[in-house]
Design a protein around this ligand. Structure first.
Ligand SMILES: Nc1nc2c(ncn2[C@@H]2O[C@H](COP(=O)(O)OP(=O)(O)OP(=O)(O)O)[C@@H](O)[C@H]2O)c(=O)[nH]1
Ligand SMILES: [Mg+2]
Length: 365
């Protein structure tokens, strides 16, 4: 049988049969017109300040875009929102996959909205570009919070670099705060460098753990323990309660070995169950007393200023690097220098110097 014979399209109608009149040309025209209508930066700022969620979501989409026109508009919106931000508290939550972060945030978030707070939940998870992991999981694990009109949940921004994801999240925080959210929760998976990035954008950093069989302190990165303002041992329910209390003692002992924090705060260890909700209220009490203490001492504001400074420098570093490595002549020279270095024809230092010279000389022309 010949395969080259042209098959009739399945969409082709038989002669003599007229198409149904369900197609309303006026409606199509209306939809197309609305699709073309993009709100201006002023309209978005207005919407956000009036706590309009559609405007907020649209502005976040602009922040996440890679289109330069969108980014310019996003910058304008952020500029308009900046003076209305900064009125919230920002809490980072980290823990290994499966520890119960999403379930905890659901319980904790509901506790906060019951207290009259407006909660925004964001995520920093650069791996989600590949796995699309936390996006679906979180929406189902946070069923109640998703429906709560005082909560706003935005899945992780996608991006190839942690720096890119971090920028998007930081700008999203500003937009959420301007839209009236007073408590920002940022979730991150406790693997890789993302917890360091989140630690540099929050006021309070919470490490979620579960109890094991007496090996609590093994396999835990020292750096994460050092960053934590509280360690909460989750899944303290049923047969696990005893083990969780044991873990609490161990973590308390271990925390005493760390140097005092700049904030003057002594990290706390508590237990909770995101399922039975036992201990959830205590977590908020701990966090509230931290805010009280650090706002009084001035550390809270000082830390935010330091963070802004840090992110300004980070952005410069990141952009310089991106620009450097994307120049065609640098790319080809880099390849040549790489071979020369490997063959011991030139030292790594001299090879780097010649590349930098090439880049900066070009810039000064
Ligand atoms: N018994 C008990 N189970 C819990 C508790 N919290 C969470 N779980 C269960 O632990 C599993 C993992 O919970 P998640 O909330 O998805 O954990 P996660 O840390 O968000 O996981 P990733 O998103 O994969 O990083 C689920 O089956 C939850 O039902 C708890 O307090 N007690
Ligand atoms: Mg999760």
């Amino acid at each position: 049988m010949s395969t080259s014979k042209k098959q009739p399209s399945h969409l082709q109608e038989k002669a003599g049969i007229s198409p149904p009149e369900i197609i309303n040309t006026a409606a199509i025209h209306h939809i197309q017109k609305n699709r073309r209508m993009q709100p201006t930066a002023e309209e978005l700022i207005d919407g956000i300040l009036n706590e309009n969620r559609t405007a907020l979501s649209r502005a976040i989409t602009l922040v996440e875009s890679t289109n330069t026109e969108h980014l310019a508009k996003a910058n304008e919106v952020i500029k308009g929102c900046l003076s209305h931000a900064n009125k919230s508290v920002r809490i980072g939550i980290t823990g290994v996959p499966g520890v119960g972060k999403s379930t905890f945030i659901e319980a904790f978030g509901k506790h906060l909205t019951a207290l009259g707070k407006k909660v925004a939940v964001l995520a920093v998870d650069p791996s989600s570009t590949l796995s699309h992991g936390s996006i679906l999981g979180d929406k189902t694990r946070m069923e109640e919070l998703v429906k709560d009109e005082n909560a706003f949940i935005r899945p992780s921004a996608s991006g190839e670099t942690l720096g890119g994801v971090a920028r998007k999240t930081r700008e999203t925080i500003i937009l959420c705060e301007a839209a009236g959210f007073d408590t920002i929760i940022i979730e991150t998976v406790g693997v890789g460098q993302s917890e360091t990035a989140v630690h540099s954008m929050v006021d309070f950093f919470l490490l979620l753990k579960i109890s094991g069989a007496g090996d609590e302190l093994q396999g835990i990165k020292r750096g994460i323990m050092e960053m934590a303002d509280a360690i909460v041992i989750n899944k303290a329910d049923g047969d696990n309660i005893k083990k969780a209390n044991q873990a609490k003692l161990e973590f308390n002992r271990a925390l005493h070995l760390f140097p005092a924090k700049k904030s003057g705060w002594e990290p706390k260890v508590t237990t909770c169950s995101a399922i039975t909700k036992d201990g959830i209220a205590e977590v908020w009490e701990t966090i509230s007393s931290y805010f009280e203490q650090t706002k009084e001492s001035g550390y809270f504001l000082e830390n935010r200023k330091d963070q802004n400074h840090f992110w300004m420098l980070e952005t410069i570093n990141e952009q310089l690097k991106t620009q450097f490595y994307s120049q065609p002549d640098i790319i080809s020279q880099l390849e040549q220098n790489k071979k020369a270095v490997q063959n011991d024809e030139i030292s790594p230092f001299a090879a780097a110097q010649s590349l930098l010279k090439l880049y900066f000389n070009k810039g000064s022309k």
